[in-house]
Design a protein around this ligand. Sequence first.
Ligand code: HAM
Length: 460
Amino acid sequence: MRRPEHKRPTLRGCGGPTLEDPMSFRAIKGMNDLLPADLARWQRLEATFRRLAALAGYDEVRTPILEETELFVRSIGEATDVVEKEMYTLARGRQSLTMRPEGTASAARAYVEHKVFVAEPLTRWFYLGPMFRAENVQRGRLRQFHQAGCELYGDRGPSGETELIELLVTFFRELGVPDVEVTVNSIGGAESKARYRQALVDALRPELGSLSEVSRRRFETNPLRILDSKEPEDRAALARAPSVLGLLDDEDRAHWEEFRRQLDALGIPYRVDERLVRGLDYYTRTLFELRSTAGELGAQNTLAGGGRYDTMIESLGGPSIPAIGFALGLERTLLAMPDVSPTPAPLCALVPVGAAAAREAQRLGRLLRGLGVRTDLDLRGTSLKSMLRRANAIGAGVALVLGDNELAEGVVQLKDLTGHRQENVPLADVGAAVLALLGAPAAPSSTPNRPTASREHPSD
Ligand code: HAM
C-alpha cells in the first residue's frame, strides 16, 4: 500500500510545535487518553466482563479496527445516523475503509468469512475494544469509545435473549451500578417489521406537517426511527400511531410472549417500551436496552443495548443463521459505577545509594518479583531522603535501603514504612522478610517449583 504523504511539522511552521511553543499537540476531541490512574477501574470492569462472559460460555474474538465501508453500510443500514454521518471513513487507492463504529458487523463478517457455522451449530463470542463514531461530544458520548459485547449465533430464541439480559444484569450488579432498568420491545421478524413500517407511514402521513424536521426526513428514509424521537411535536403525533406489538404475526407474538415468561421466571424486572427501535437497521424481533436511572448520566443514560438480528448472517453471504447480541459502553458504565478504587498490590521500594548498591538492588528486584512482590527501583541516584520521600509518595509498604556500608556487611536496611520500624536483614533473608511484612503476594509467581523465600539467596 502506498504510504500517505505527511507534511512534517516545521520548526517555525504553523500548526505543529515550534521552538517558542514546543508543546501544542492535543488528543483529538472526543478521543481520550487513559492514564495509569484511570486504568485500575477500567481493568476491574474488563476483568468482570471477561469472567462473566467466560462463565456463560462466550469465547473472545478480536477483529480489525478497519473494515470495508460497505460492510457497515449493508449491515447497519444506509439510512441510519451511524452510516449517514458518524463513520470515520478513509480512501486508500480505490478502497473505502471505515473504522468500526460497532462490533456486531465485524464479528458477523468474521463468523461468515471463517465459516464457523460449519464446525459448530451454536457459537458464543465476546469482544472488548475501541469503536469510532464522529458524534457531537458530550458527557458519556465520545468519538472513540469502548464497547464490551457478546454475540450468539445459531439460537432462534428466546432463550438467547434471556441469557444475554441475565448476563448484563449480573454484570452491572457485580460492579455496583445502581438503578439499572431493563427495557424491552419487539419489532417482529422481517415481515411484521415491514407491515408495521407501512402502518406507521400510513398513520403519520396526515401528521407530516406537524412533525419535526428530522422526523420529516426520516419519514422518507427510515420511518421506524421516528419512534425514537424526543421532540414534543413528534411525541404528540406518535401517541396516535399504531402499536407495534399489536401488529406482530403469530410466530413473532409467541416468541415475544415466551421471552417475557422467561424473564419473569428468572425474576428479572423489565419495562416494555413500544417506542424502542434502536438506531441500527439490522434488528428483527427482540430489542432491549439497559439504562441507568440514577441521573448521573443525563441524556446518555443507555449503558447497554442489543437485540436479535436474524437476517444479517445471510445478508453478508452466509447461510440463514439467526443471531442475537448486545454491546455495553465502558465509559458510560464507569460514569455510573461507584467510585471505589481497587486496592493496589503491596509495593516494595528499592532504594540504592551508589552504583554497586544499584546493581545489587537490581538483583534483589528480580528475586522479589519472582516471589510475586511488586517492586519499584528508584533509578535516579539522588539523595536517600528524596528517594524515601518518593517511596512514601508512591504508597510503598516497605523500603529496602542499600549503600556501601550495607553491601560490605552483606545486609539490607529494611524499613517498614507503615509501622515506621527498621532493621538490618541479611541479604539471604530479604525475600522472606519482605513477604512477612507485605503479606502473601496477590498473584503467585509463574515460575514452576520456585524455592521458598528463606532458602533463596539473592546472589544465586
Ligand atoms: P449501540 O446501542 O449503538 O449498539 O451501542 C451500544 C452501547 O455502546 C451504548 O448503549 C453505549 O453505552 C455505548 N455507546 C454507543 N455510542 C457511544 C458513544 N458515542 N460514546 C460512548 N458510548 C457509546 C451497538 O453498537 C450494537 N452493535 C449492539 C449489539 C450487539 N446489537 C447486537 N449485538
